[in-house]
Design a protein around this ligand. Structure first.
Ligand SMILES: Cc1cc2nc3c(=O)[nH]c(=O)nc-3n(C[C@H](O)[C@H](O)[C@H](O)COP(=O)(O)OP(=O)(O)OC[C@H]3O[C@@H](n4cnc5c(N)ncnc54)[C@H](O)[C@@H]3O)c2cc1C
Length: 319
């Protein structure tokens, strides 16, 4: 079966999660061809080679000034055209902001549903089976979807990039698209970079909060402690997913990897996806459940309510 992957470009390179999706597809028994749609004002040979190296057999390039940055209408129009030519069984994009905008639009155009944020893909007989964690990752939903062509996004960070790819130069087909005035209704003006980017990698002290913190406002105690200790704050995905704290503070498999001298984990259960990003000299865990997995990794553990313990710690630090 053939899969078409949206070749998302980020800052001049193929976006990392996109390479992860391609790597995953190369390992799924039953997938015989991987093709990619690469769009931009210009598309360099390096990007095409990169896709080939990671296992893409054919790249469709669409070049136009209207495709300089991601905008729904021109991108949807272009990829619908590529789908017509490629005739894939499945169209996939990494679960980035753009991938999650694009795929449902393509699916709606084809009158079908789509599988969002999958963490695994299998083929049973001639059917794709999509795997998506549900109920706060405590259960896995496995399902199939209708339609001659299936549409899916991956969950961000679900698939690893092959660090030693050995594929060859892919076939290339240029696709010409003309855009109407209607396609250009939304115009890109500029991208303003955030003034402060969080670099947790170099932090010596991190006070990290998990779902046990209980809410956005309650995160203040984590901020206060981090400040008093001259460190940074961190969080689990359970917190960033519900916007208690910005995504840039997420630590773990899909977040940042950190190696501080001191890591205080408050209200964090100790999921492998979180701990895979933590290499601390000293880890102190605070959790009200004495059976929490985090205690197996902690150098020091405090069993109790973090909202009772952290204020005492704060008071002591304030002298
Ligand atoms: C593909 C994939 C990638 C992932 N990537 C990441 C990632 O990069 N980073 C990440 O963090 N997660 C990631 N996850 C999610 C991960 O599996 C866990 O769901 C998540 O880490 C759990 O976060 P948590 O520990 O905050 O929440 P929970 O697991 O719900 O734990 C909350 C803990 O708080 C304790 N608690 C509750 N109230 C209090 C209180 N008042 N005082 C003290 N303790 C309290 C509870 O006993 C519990 O142990 C990923 C999952 C998948 C499938």
């Amino acid at each position: 079966m053939k899969v078409l992957v949206f070749g998302q470009i980020r800052e001049g390179n193929i976006e990392e999660n996109t390479l992860g999706v391609i790597n995953k597809l190369t390992s799924v028994t039953g997938i015989t061809e991987i093709e990619s749609a690469l769009l931009g004002a210009d598309v360099s040979n390096e990007l095409i080679e990169e896709l080939g190296k990671h296992g893409v057999n054919k790249v469709y390039t669409v070049k136009a000034p209207e495709l300089e940055v991601y905008l729904s209408r021109p991108y949807v129009k272009s990829i619908l055209e590529v789908i017509e030519i490629s005739e894939p069984s499945l169209v996939m994009a990494a679960g980035t902001v753009y991938g999650e905008d694009l795929i449902p639009r393509l699916a709606v155009h084809h009158g079908v549903s789509c599988a969002q944020r999958i963490t695994d893909l299998t083929i049973e007989g001639d059917e794709f089976h999509f795997h998506t964690p549900v109920r706060d990752d405590q259960a896995m939903k496995v399902y199939k979807i209708e339609g001659a062509i299936k549409f899916s996004t991956s969950r961000s960070g679900a698939f690893f990039v092959n660090e030693n790819p050995s594929g060859s130069l892919p076939d290339i087909e240029t696709v010409d698209i003309s855009f109407s005035e209607e396609d250009k209704l939304v115009k890109h003006i500029e991208i303003k970079k955030a003034e402060r980017t969080v670099n947790l990698k170099d932090a010596k002290v991190i006070v990290a909060g998990g779902r046990g913190v209980g809410g956005k406002e309650q995160f203040q105690i984590i901020r206060d402690l981090a400040k008093l200790l001259g460190g940074e704050i961190g969080a689990t995905r359970a917190c960033t997913d519900v916007n208690w704290i910005e995504e840039t503070y997420e630590i773990g498999q899909t977040g940042q990897s950190v190696s501080p001298d001191l890591y205080i984990a408050a209200g964090i259960s100790g999921a492998p996806q979180h701990l895979s990003g933590v290499k601390a000299k000293t880890l102190i865990a605070i959790n009200k459940d004495e059976g929490a997995a985090i205690f197996n990794y902690a150098d020091y553990g405090i069993v109790g309510d973090l909202h009772a313990i952290l204020p005492i710690l704060k008071q002591k630090l304030q002298g």
